[in-house]
Design a protein around this ligand. Structure first.
Ligand code: T1G
Length: 702
């Protein structure tokens, strides 16, 4: 931190310019709100100042309250003494000049101002719901008055960022400057233009009316997405107060609803997830000199489901991307699948037709290697067999320009074996996308023993650049996400041997907060894929715990949705999973063959059998130095497997139970079930020392 003030007042003639300088995003950290108030009062008292501008230094306006302050229970200024209140009472106009982001308390400060102007690239929003709270600085009372109740409900309950041009259309901004305009000069000129305009346009003076049915309609529309959560409903209640109470009473109601949330488990878990994602971007053992290379175009080898989704991931974020496959027929099929995926998004209304055309036009099917040799990065996404991948990397090594990065989308195979097919292992790493690749955000960067720091830093940056959440994984079977998930996948089938049915397990996990149960997910992904992995591991490990029920389904050709039957049965054209008596019979027959006495399970037992098995494996991953931190594993579970975000992540959730209790339960299952439940060394050490998973010190990354 420089010793310059976090907020300063400068004078451009008769205009006072208040500048916030609290890097990196001008959050309302310690002293910022007080500094704005002090500068406002100074400018108000200065007769030579006719109007004020509020703006941010560096890359942004104000990105909101300092989220770290909530866990620190930092003092909050009382209603009536906050920046917005001082602006409301100001006899002089204040113009908010926005670039970068005006989010949360940032937009609330801008709405305390009398006018709002922005550069075209700016974004505004009230994303508090995403961290389990609600706009607590008048946002729920001012935004409905400024943009209407329906727009305010949609923005506050979704937390989305609204681009400046749209914000202007919605009435949130008074002006969007032309591209390239100087924000400060424009804001000063704007302030001078309105300096004498009276009455001052205070949002609090506006009316706010709404048909009461809109609130019930919003509650109904979020019911599935907001299951087990409180913040979205409090957001709706706060906006409802704006439409039913006078402004000052509405502000008090907002405060009450905010205080119900800020220290609740949901908000604490969501704040944890917010910072865990940002921590995952940090590679503590990389030299500071390692810089990300510029990647201006990309190539994908393999036009299957994953390859097509990867190509879309690039095109969706502005990259030109070439895609190739072994045959023209496979390439044509891949392009048709990409086109169909985009058309589905347009039909659903989540993508505009013209934007779809722009994205599709960035994906270029090409005949072969000669067409991709000048690309900056190539992602291999072919069949998950080493014998298929190795010759591809040998060929890439032959044709790709020097310095091109070559990544494999393999989900489990040895990156070093792949890298050793080339003369440039330093340029090789794994970049594991999760299916569907253009939707799931997890971008697992897998470190080969010879991957250079620059290659790894570039891969992590690439993930962020294409809208993913990057997390580093060591080169171990299944890397980190799938390896930590493997015991879960086994345990869920073993529970069937012991007495459960797929629908019971799925219900327990959906009630816990997963969007979909694991058996239904298996049917969606295809049971044949898991079977190939089980066969490989059984061949490598004589002690591998076979899953006869799962194997039986695959033998019967029950691959899931793609064959109309898997763990569930499906009606034609209907993706709804229906419990299948035939599966129940297979389960009881196999259990009888195994001589397993069937019993009943509670949802809690099911939940803990699945998740504790993964917590134990996550500890092994950490003790082997295959992940930097437990919170990285949480990020992977949030973005790779749909773990409910308002529970923080796998390890965060386990910490809520307590390491000792987790250890004792696993030790007990170890007695009952044998080696697959042997507690990991790290788990035992954490339990003995009373250290949380989050504070676990993993082995140095290797
Ligand atoms: N508080 C504290 N730190 C923050 C922060 C915040 N609001 N926003 C970002 N950071 C840190 C972040 O941890 C990272 O730190 C660095 O800044 C760069 O962030 C009263 C109660 C603004 C869109 O929810 O969405 O206002 O890792 O990597 O990708 O009603 O940051 O470098 O140490 O994300 O360019 C509402 C949260 C708060 C906005 C920029 N505001 N921030 O994205 O950078 S609650 C938010 C973001 C509130 C009021 C209520 C994004 C960004 P480090 P980054 P980015």
């Amino acid at each position: 931190m420089t010793d310059s003030p976090v907020v300063r007042l400068e004078k451009d003639g008769d205009i006072g310019v208040i500048i916030v300088n609290y890097p990196p995003v001008n959050a309302l950290g310690p002293g910022v709100a007080d500094g704005i108030i002090e500068c406002l009062n100074t400018a108000i008292a200065d007769a030579s100042i006719k109007a004020m501008v509020l703006m941010g230094d560096g890359r942004s306006f104000i990105a909101g309250a300092d989220i770290r302050g909530f866990d620190a229970n930092r003092k909050r200024l009382p209603i009536g003494e906050r920046t917005y209140d001082v602006m409301d009472r100001s006899p002089k106009p204040v113009v908010a000049a926005i670039h970068g982001f005006a989010l949360g308390g940032g937009l609330e400060n801008a709405m305390g101002c009398h006018y709002r102007i922005a550069v075209p690239s700016a974004k505004v929003g009230l994303p508090e719901v995403l961290i389990g709270i609600l706009p607590g600085g008048g946002g729920t009372q001012r935004l409905p008055r400024l943009a209407g109740v329906q727009t305010a409900l949609e923005m506050i309950v979704s937390g989305r960022h609204v681009p400046a041009p749209e914000a202007k259309t919605l009435g949130i901004l008074d002006e969007v400057l032309p591209e390239g305009a100087d924000l400060r000069a424009s804001a000063v000129a704007y302030a001078r233009k309105i300096a004498d305009a009276r009455p001052l346009p205070r949002i609090r003076d506006r009316d706010c009316k709404a048909d009461p049915s809109v609130f019930e309609a919003m509650r109904k529309s979020i019911a599935r997405r907001a299951r087990n959560q409180k913040a979205p409903y409090n957001c709706i209640a706060a906006v409802e107060a704006a439409a039913t109470l006078p402004f000052d009473l509405g502000m008090q109601r907002e405060q009450e609803l905010f205080l119900e949330l800020v220290n609740a488990d949901e908000a604490k878990a969501l704040r944890y997830a917010f910072f865990a994602e940002r921590e995952a971007a940090k590679l503590p053992d990389m030299p500071a000199t390692a810089r990300a290379r510029d990647l201006n175009n990309a190539a994908v080898v393999g036009a299957g489901t994953m390859g097509g989704g990867i190509a879309m991931s690039f095109a969706d974020f502005g990259y030109d991307v070439k895609i190739m496959d072994a045959t023209q027929e496979a390439l044509d099929r891949g392009m048709a699948r990409i086109k169909s995926n985009y058309e589905t998004s347009v039909k659903r209304g989540s993508l505009k037709e013209d934007e779809m055309q722009r994205r599709f036009a960035r994906i270029h099917p090409v005949a072969g290697y000669d067409d991709i040799k000048d690309c900056d990065v190539v992602i291999e996404a072919v069949f998950e067999e080493m014998d298929v991948k190795k010759p591809i990397f040998a060929k890439l090594d032959e044709v790709m320009k020097p310095g091109a990065l070559m990544f494999s989308n393999t989900s489990a195979l040895d990156i070093d074996q792949i890298a050793n097919m080339t003369r440039r292992p330093q340029d090789i790493a794994g970049t594991h996308f999760f299916s569907p690749a253009n939707v799931m955000k997890l971008f697992e960067v897998v470190r080969g023993s010879k991957s250079s720091p620059e290659t790894l830093v570039t891969a992590m940056a690439l993930g962020k650049r294409i809208g993913k959440i990057s997390a580093m994984a060591g080169n171990t079977d299944g890397f980190v996400a799938n390896r930590s998930r493997a015991p879960f996948n086994a345990e869920m089938v073993i529970l069937l041997e012991e007495g459960c049915l797929p629908e019971q397990v799925d219900k327990a996990m959906v009630d816990f907060g997963y969007p979909m149960g694991p058996f239904a997910v298996g049917d969606l992904a295809g049971l044949d894929i898991g079977a190939a992995g089980r066969r490989r591991r059984a061949a490598q490990d004589p002690n591998y715990r076979k899953l006869p029920i799962a194997d039986k389904l695959v033998e019967l050709g029950r691959y899931g949705q793609k064959t109309g039957a898997g763990w569930y049965k499906y009606e034609k054209g209907d993706r709804t999973p229906y419990p299948d008596p035939e599966v129940a019979k297979i389960i009881s027959d196999v259990a009888a063959e195994l001589g397993v006495a069937r019993k009943t399970f509670t949802d809690m037992e099911i939940l803990r059998r699945l998740l504790f098995s993964s917590v134990n494996e996550a500890c092994r991953i950490l003790e082997e130095g295959k992940a930097y931190r437990a919170s990285d594993i949480d990020v992977m579970w949030l973005h790779g497997f749909g773990f409910p975000r308002y529970r923080g992540g796998l390890m965060y959730w386990a910490d809520g139970i307590g390491v000792r209790d987790v250890y004792n339960q696993i030790a007990s299952w170890h007695q009952q079930y044998g080696s697959r439940w042997a507690p990991s060394r790290l788990l035992r050490e954490l339990a003995e020392s009373g250290t949380s998973f989050r504070d676990a010190k993993p082995a140095p990354f290797r």
